[in-house]
Design a binder for this molecule. Structure first.
Ligand SMILES: [Zn+2]
Length: 230
């Protein structure tokens, strides 16, 4: 039997507890060719993009989530999900192979679900960032910038609230994301402030590659500024 890149996985909805199927990509079919300066992975095979499948959409209640969501629901949140998400939900499945547009819908639902559930800012920032990457693949710059701005703002809130603690995002990585996303959306003041904070960490950070990347992107921004001044 030929092994296909995709397989179905059964997920238990963390909200309504019902089961539904989602599609996943077998890791042997995924090879990262390079990474953009905001960590968007560029895959060797453009046809198979695992990022399309990170958000699970419950076909029963509409609640959508990723593996980063916590299982805990604060009092009152389920009622809010019922009125803000499920009441407007037309039951349908996003569990098969997805187009980029369908994946964007899945991320937007997960962003809404995560916001209603009050997931950590570091989690909602990641959802907005991935939405921006998908718009980049569609070459829709306006929507890409819109979602980069949301991601930047949520990473900034994560930094102030320190809600990245205990996740795979380190402090220096959060600061870098605020800087680089600020650069990409043209907020030079914030980009400068945060790139310099990354570089201040160079004697204590265990992520030397990130410090180097920050120096490169800061330099790139200076060159852009000089060009802009002409
Ligand atoms: Zn559900």
């Amino acid at each position: 039997m030929e092994i296909t890149p995709y397989y179905h996985k059964q997920i238990d909805c963390i909200n309504c507890k019902k089961k539904f199927n989602t599609t996943k990509v077998r890791s042997k079919f995924v090879k990262v060719e390079k990474q953009e300066s905001d960590f968007q992975p560029i895959y060797a095979n453009k046809e198979i993009n695992p990022i399309l499948y990170n958000a699970f959409v419950c076909e029963h209640c509409g609640f959508s989530f990723t593996e980063d969501f916590t299982k805990y629901f604060a009092p009152g949140v389920k009622e809010e999900i019922q009125s803000k998400i499920t009441a407007n939900w037309n039951p349908h499945s996003l569990g098969n192979e997805r187009t980029i547009e369908e994946a964007i819908s899945a991320y937007k639902l997960a962003f809404l679900s995560g916001s209603v559930k009050k997931e950590k800012y570091v989690a909602t920032a990641g959802l907005a960032l991935r939405t921006a990457w998908l718009y980049r693949l569609l070459e829709n710059e306006e929507q890409e910038k819109r979602f980069l701005t949301i991601a930047r703002n949520h990473y900034s809130d994560s930094y102030s609230n320190e809600d990245y603690a205990g996740t795979q995002m380190s402090e220096v990585r959060i600061i870098y994301m605020v800087a680089e996303l600020s650069r990409r959306i043209g907020d030079r003041e914030q980009a400068t402030r945060f790139f310099s904070r990354v570089i201040e960490k160079q004697s204590t950070s265990v992520e030397p590659k990130l410090i180097e990347l920050a120096k490169e992107q800061w330099q790139l921004m200076r060159e852009e500024n000089e060009k802009g001044a002409l």
